[in-house]
Ligand binder design. Structure first.
Ligand code: ADP
Ligand code: MG
Ligand code: MG
Length: 364
């Protein structure tokens, strides 16, 4: 797909002469381009086509992003932190004063400052990376703990709502595509056995034991920019920022970073949770957040890793029973293999839960 990139860029209030626009980075959701500016001394930009198949409410999403980044920028300025353009993403308006542009083909575009001299890490390879990722997302949580005003827009409705996921699962049991129930009785039993436990977070929230906060919802290390010396600059990729429990961010980071295998590993015996990675991420995260998280929130952090892993498994199993309508699959068994891998990880986490709790207690 080729887009009239220069024409699109020209509709934003860009400083300087656009010299070049080319694909940039390794994002999987949006199409990201770098706008190079001819004049030295002026900043380059990122031009991004937002994925409106994933995000149905681009206006709501952009409103969230602007509220969040404005809040962080004000805070940095009041703290006298220099180079704020590198420590928070700065969005650029169109010439008509909007933060996004809808083109004639129905694509949505945003422009923000390119963070000069930044680099990203694609994958957590060691405990140091895990510590930095924990710090980065923990700091982001801290910066947003006092965002004033109404709650952010819920741009992906029911994303981590376990009741909604169980309802969909039960509907899928009725669909029972190609009688797949007969092939998945073990996994179905697993889901039913865990029903009570997996409502722990939603119950605690309803009982006012844990508050709704602002969550990033894509806590991968490649969504943090680092400087040349490996110091954290800022958290990026704010498309999924919305109201949520702190556990969604912590748990999903552990699910993806501390699991030693791919999401669709078929050799289940290889699947395990790396406690060193867990510990380092938790240390970084709690360094930044323990001053304001409640006791109950901290107590439930180990559970969150299990919860986020379980809910992914539940969604894969549901899609398998539905006849593979949601996730892209590479072969007929792909969804059930993914579900089995996630459920094995849930069981591995259960075995290590006491150690995981001890780690948290030692940190705080
Ligand atoms: P996606 O949702 O597709 O992952 P991202 O917003 O994460 O999109 O952008 C994709 C990649 O582009 C990032 O991983 C990062 O390497 C790079 N990138 C994004 N924004 C900036 C920026 N402001 N400055 C420098 N690089 C950036
Ligand atoms: Mg990204
Ligand atoms: Mg993204």
């Amino acid at each position: 797909m080729s887009y009239p990139l220069f024409e699109i860029a020209s509709q934003f209030s860009i400083n300087g002469t656009v010299e070049n626009i080319e694909p940039f980075g390794n994002g999987h959701i949006n199409d990201t381009f770098k706008i190079s500016i001819k004049e030295t001394g002026l900043s380059d930009y990122i031009l991004q086509r937002k994925n409106h198949y994933v995000f149905k409410d681009i206006a709501g999403m952009m409103e969230n992003i602007i509220r969040v980044t404005d809040h962080i920028r004000k805070k940095l300025e009041s703290q006298g932190v220099g180079e704020t353009d590198k420590k928070v993403i700065t969005h650029i308006q169109t010439k008509t004063g909007e933060y996004f542009l809808k083109d004639v083909e129905g694509n949505y575009w945003a422009v923000f400052l390119f963070v000069e001299g930044s680099q990203s890490v694609e994958k957590i390879e060691n405990p140091e990376h895990a510590f930095l990722a924990g710090k980065g997302f923990g700091h982001f949580q801290q910066q947003l703990a006092d965002l004033p005003g109404k709650p952010l827009n819920e741009t992906i409705v029911d994303f981590h709502n376990i009741e909604f996921r169980y309802r969909n699962f039960r509907k899928a049991l009725e669909v029972n595509f190609q009688n797949r129930i007969s092939l998945t009785q073990k996994e179905i039993d697993f889901v039913l056995e865990h029903e009570e436990e997996m409502h722990t977070l939603i119950r605690a929230h309803r009982n006012n034991e844990i508050p709704s906060r602002i969550t990033h919802n894509d806590t991968k290390i490649n969504n943090i920019l680092f400087d040349k010396d490996g110091q954290i600059l800022c958290v990026i990729d704010l498309d999924t920022v919305m109201p949520g429990l702190v556990h969604f961010d912590f748990g999903d980071a552990i699910r993806t970073a501390a699991c030693t295998t791919e999401e669709d590993e078929t050799d289940l015996d290889k699947i395990t949770l790396d406690l060193e990675i867990y510990k380092s991420f938790a240390r970084g995260f709690l360094d930044e957040t323990k001053s304001f998280l409640t006791e109950k929130e901290i107590e439930l952090l180990p559970h969150s890793a299990k919860f986020m892993t379980f809910i992914m498994g539940l969604r894969f199993l549901t899609d398998y029973l539905d006849g593979d309508v949601y996730y892209k699959i590479k072969h007929a068994d792909h969804n059930i293999e993914r579900a089995r891998a996630q459920f094995r990880l849930v069981s591995e986490i259960s075995k290590k839960e006491n150690e995981m709790k001890t780690v948290i207690r030692e940190i705080v």
